[in-house]
Design a protein around this ligand. Sequence first.
Ligand code: ADP
Ligand code: MG
Length: 371
Amino acid sequence: MSRQSDNYSSESSTALPIVIRGLTKRYGQLYALDFVDLDVKSGEFLTLLGPSGSGKTTLLMAIAGFSRPDAGSIRFGETEMILTPPHRRDVGMVFQSYALFPHMSVSENIAFPLKLRRVGAKERAERVDAALSTVQLSDFGERRVDQLSGGQRQRVALARAFVFRPRILLMDEPLSALDKKLREQMQIELKQLHRQLGVTTVYVTHDQREALTMSDRIAVINFGKLAQIDTPQAIYNQPANSFVADFIGESTMLPLTHAGSDQLFFEDYLIATDFPTNSNDEWSLVVRPERLFAVKEAITDPNETILFNGVVREFVFQGDTAFALASISDKYDLSIRFGTDSSEFQNVMRPGDKVSLGLHRRDVIIIPRTT
Ligand code: ADP
Ligand code: MG
């Protein structure tokens, strides 16, 4: 690369896809990233979701260029970036800890990446003003950052990350230091900001609800491997395996046994027909608590609904929803969740009551069982 084309591309504004192949990072015996293939589409909001220690930060740092992988390829569009230093990757980054300069004003913090890119004073001032307005801090430019609240600091960190119009924006658990209410408000604001900027965004969180709220697609990561990548709806409704089913949303998993050539049973309940399996395949039924409903047996068509007979063990009122636990056999309980306004059963579910719980066949989720 020549000195000329080495310049920070401060004028670039078109979003870029990220293409990751075989990315591997080891710490001693531990594979923090284990041959990861990942495509981030141009302009999309992709979330890396996984438990603590699953490799999310390692992957983000590799994209940003702060961590050197042992093997693999990271392309931004057509360009291989694996040997490109962080400051030449044209990537905006927001950290959990904000990493603002405490001795500088809000405006000076936001202007910093523009100065680095030698943007002239006049344009710098205009862009800082525009960024301040985007994050709703127009009156705070002269404040020192240590005079701001957590939410305001996070907005400054954001403005500093996008003010130079990067083609890729990376965020590592940027809201985790905020309290619940502010966090939920900022989730919506970040989503709106993304829509406005159209920048390819990779967002890291361990909070499944946050991932479902914000993302175009979610990449679920576990032990340095991608467990599934898809839209929030598909991840929730068609989890690929028990890790994803368990990590995202609430669920009960029931072991299935195979009968005949293509039938699956849970104990005596026929769960699926037309499910050809190899005799050594093992499967589980995933039941989402909100997909269960209490029913009167007489009006239920067994072709459309599986009916579990149970006994209520627990009933808990939680405000917007209520939660119950019903035992359906010696070994297994089902969790049920329902709205508190409409359910005719909220007053009749008492420990010891018999209940019939319906599950529409269209809500049946079957996944490979892992032992
Ligand atoms: P996450 O961000 O998902 O919580 P990380 O990417 O930070 O996970 O870490 C993935 C794994 O790599 C963890 O097991 C972590 O302990 C390990 N790890 C991360 N950084 C280092 C390091 N500098 N030295 C040794 N092990 C590390
Ligand atoms: Mg992390």
